[in-house]
Design a protein around this ligand. Structure first.
Ligand code: ZN
Length: 386
């Protein structure tokens, strides 16, 4: 595939070049340059097109779109109770339908990769394996709304087509005890990452302190769980400065996932210390959480929200659109050691073609483009390449 004469290509958050060709061979970017030729290649005229890296949603439960709008005016604890109640009645066929529906929404909004864990994870895997987007999913450990532990064939089922495996531990409060989590992790290969909701609410932190006598991250550290495996720690809205130090200590094995819209919509008042995390060199990616908790699955909208929340909270404009653009494009892949998330030779071609420069990306200039992409995210994505 040859993307010919791209009006502009956003190679990464800091580099925009104009009038360039991109040659894709197999699933990778083979060459970037002027006037490239490839006899056999299908050619797309990109003279009116902006090409950018695709978006990553590092935390979602997309089948929950069936409850979008159903409990929009509830605060976290009553919201969760309502959701768990309604989830009891769900069956696999419904999850398959909602996960398929969500695929369309994700792809239309330019999400090329999503971490998507939920009940009937195998239905999510089935919905995504042929169509995409790339989906990290898998079974999990939880008590509510019901237990659904990994079975023997789960890893194999999560390594087909666009599907990749991840283990989900719902949270430290929604399991029997930490030894249960340790036992499960001991059975899962070390290269499988784990996602965990952590310190989302003040009540959760109080509950963990009551049960274990320490803060959530201190518990993970005490149990030796942060070594030897990659963790996606979601929310981290109520962590102490001591816990930020622990994250710094394990920064190669932890990715903090910030879901600002969900946090604000559910009024958890959790405040992820983004400034302190970034200063400590800890990677932070963005996620929407579920369509029932956030209302949307749009990653550029999440990036916009993260940028505005940061500036509003810290009274400084030091966080830039470029930095949050990185959080929704390359941060996750970099953490997972996967060559993707940038337009670079040898990298996977996970690309978006945007064809309506006017009016949303106007006035059009290389210097302003990433700012437009983050702050005015209503452009139409014409084509998604994964
Ligand atoms: Zn979640």
């Amino acid at each position: 595939l040859l993307l010919k004469n791209c009006r502009a290509a956003v190679l990464d958050e800091r580099t925009v070049i104009k009038r360039v060709d991109i040659l894709i061979t197999g699933r990778k970017i083979a060459k970037i340059g002027k006037q490239l030729k490839a006899e056999e290649a299908e050619v797309i005229d990109c003279s009116k097109v902006v090409v950018i890296p695709g978006f990553v949603n590092a935390h979602a439960h997309t089948p929950l779109l069936f409850l979008r709008g159903a409990a929009d005016d509830l605060e976290f604890s009553s919201w969760l109770k309502t959701v768990w109640q309604k989830e009891q009645r769900l069956n696999r066929q419904e999850v398959l339908r909602f996960a398929s529906l969500a695929s369309i929404e994700l792809l239309k909004q330019g999400t090329v990769c999503v971490v998507d864990t939920y009940l009937f994870w195998d239905a999510i895997a089935e919905a995504r394996k042929l169509l995409g987007p790339i989906t990290y999913t898998g079974p999990g450990l939880r008590l509510q709304p019901r237990r659904e532990l990994p079975d023997a064939g789960w890893l194999e089922a999560c390594r087909q087509g666009y599907v990749r495996p991840i283990l989900s531990i719902h949270s430290l409060y929604n399991i029997n005890n930490i030894s249960e989590a340790k036992e499960l992790l001991a059975q899962v290969p070390a290269d499988v990452p784990v996602t965990l909701h952590l310190a989302e609410t003040r009540q959760e932190v109080a509950e963990i302190k009551r049960r274990y006598g320490c803060y959530p991250l201190e518990l993970l550290e005490r149990e030796g769980l942060l070594r030897g495996r990659k963790w996606l720690l979601v929310h981290c809205g109520w962590i102490t400065s001591r816990e930020v130090e622990l994250l710094r200590k394990h920064k190669n094995s932890v990715l903090v996932v910030h879901c600002p819209s969900s946090t604000m919509k559910l009024a958890t008042y959790g405040f992820l210390p983004l400034k302190e995390l970034l200063q400590a060199g800890i990677r932070v990616a963005l996620g929407t959480d579920s369509p029932a908790s956030c209302g949307s699955l749009s990653m550029p909208l999440e990036a916009r929200t993260a940028l505005l929340l940061y500036r509003h909270s810290y009274w400084t404009a030091e966080l830039t659109a470029q930095e949050v653009f990185k959080m929704i494009t390359s941060t996750f892949f970099e953490f997972m050691n996967i060559p993707a998330g940038k337009i670079k030779e040898g990298y996977f071609a996970h690309l978006l073609l945007i064809d309506d420069v006017f009016p949303y990306l106007h006035p059009f200039s290389s210097r302003r483009l990433v700012s437009h992409l983050v702050l005015n995210p209503f452009y139409r994505i014409k084509k998604v390449i994964i």
